[in-house]
Design a protein around this ligand. Structure first.
Ligand SMILES: NC(=O)c1ccc[n+]([C@@H]2O[C@H](COP(=O)([O-])OP(=O)(O)OC[C@H]3O[C@@H](n4cnc5c(N)ncnc54)[C@H](OP(=O)(O)O)[C@@H]3O)[C@@H](O)[C@H]2O)c1
Length: 342
């Protein structure tokens, strides 16, 4: 594909980062790849809103449907967040055979089998590197390991906000102050429930499981406990015993069955996960052949996430697709659609 005519859905934290990064690197991309990346339209809710980036008014629209059905648009970037409307955008784009890039872990985690089926049926493509660990290209790394190895376990810190809060509690800051600092630093959403309850980590773990084990485990099926009740006193006790507390997301095989959990865990200070502080993410992948590997980096924020989105756009030019395990027997399309209706 030589010209990417992009419809950018959403221009908030991530979308504005994508727009400004693309404006900055457009010439470099053309020079390196021979392809032109052109943001043709930016779809938002409020045309009058002040944005951190300057967008020519003629690019802004609220008519997403027209963009999804416009044959001149060959790439859709979905960064609006939420579930129903984002799912509608992604599925319509895929049914129209478009290339789709999303950062939406909720939609990807819940509907991955359906989305992959739509990709296959209509010849489009779905890339979602930004949905797990932001700038760390963990899905690609796992995919590339699989042809010659076998993943036995994945374990990690997948949510930057809760790791930031736990790091402040470990510094002796009170729970109330830790939450206030996280909010001030932009690490907490207006509604932080998904972060604090562990739901966000469960969504990311579900996507990792699909890539590492070839099994779709919906985030709702992953036993999940958050950090609602952890205080600075708990961290103090943990440290006195040579440990710390981290929100650990993990999945492993047990007698051929994939098991998973998200929960606060007491980790010895020497554990590689224990050393990861603030908003940083880490994923530990244990493979039969190569053993244990660690991948770490910033998992959220405007520019790290925008970087992951732009990397996916480059992968479209390189004709790269995810190649996770094929789940043993893909369910028929009507069964997948029934799950959406339910
Ligand atoms: N923030 C991060 O660090 C981060 C990291 C990784 C992944 N993600 C994921 O990236 C996605 C976006 O997150 P964000 O933080 O950028 O969200 P955000 O700041 O709330 O921005 C959402 C944007 O979407 C627009 N929007 C909402 N509903 C829309 C609709 N129906 N049609 C068109 N535009 C619509 C909003 O328009 P208006 O501006 O006009 O209101 C806004 O520009 C989410 O799925 C999130 O989970 C975020």
């Amino acid at each position: 594909m030589k010209t990417l005519n992009i419809a950018l859905f959403g221009c908030g934290t991530v979308g504005s980062g994508v727009y400004s990064l693309l404006s900055e690197v457009a010439q470099k991309i053309t020079w390196r790849t021979g392809a032109t990346f052109r943001v043709a339209k930016v779809c938002v809710c409020d045309l009058q809103k002040e944005r951190p980036v300057q967008i020519p008014p003629e690019l802004l629209t609220t008519d997403g449907t027209a963009l999804l059905d416009d044959p001149a648009i060959n790439v859709v970037v979905e960064v609006i967040g939420g579930e129903a409307q984002a799912l509608g955008i992604i599925t319509r784009a895929l049914v129209n055979g478009k290339q789709v890039v999303t950062a939406n872990k909720l939609v990807v985690a819940k509907y991955l089998p359906l989305l992959r089926r739509l990709e296959e049926l209509h010849g489009g493509r779905l890339l979602y590197g930004a949905s797990v660990c932001g700038s760390v290209p963990i899905l690609k790394l796992i995919d590339e390991t699989l042809p010659f190895d076998h993943v036995n376990k994945v374990r990690g810190i997948l949510n930057g906000s809760t790791n930031f809060i736990l790091s402040r509690l470990a510094d002796g800051v009170s729970r109330t102050d830790a939450l206030a600092i996280a909010e001030r630093e932009g690490f907490l959403e207006a509604d932080p429930t998904a972060d604090i309850s562990g739901a966000d980590a469960a969504q990311k773990l579900s996507i990792l499981i699909y890539h590492a084990f070839g099994v779709h485990l919906s985030p709702d099926a992953i036993p999940t406990t958050g950090i609602e009740y952890i205080t600075e006193r708990d961290l103090e006790h943990a440290h006195a015993g040579g440990s710390t507390i981290k929100l650990v997301a993990e999945a492993w095989r047990e007698h051929g069955i994939v098991k998973a959990s998200v929960a606060p865990r007491l980790l010895p200070l020497g554990d590689p996960l224990a050393a990861v502080r603030d908003e940083v993410n880490i994923v530990e992948v244990t493979c039969e052949g190569v053993g244990v590997q660690h991948f770490t980096g910033r998992g959220a924020g405007s520019i790290p996430t925008a970087n992951a989105v732009v990397t996916d756009l480059l992968d479209i030019v390189k004709d790269r697709r995810y190649r996770p395990h094929q789940p043993t027997a893909p369910p028929p399309i009507h069964a997948l659609l029934n799950r959406v209706a339910a």
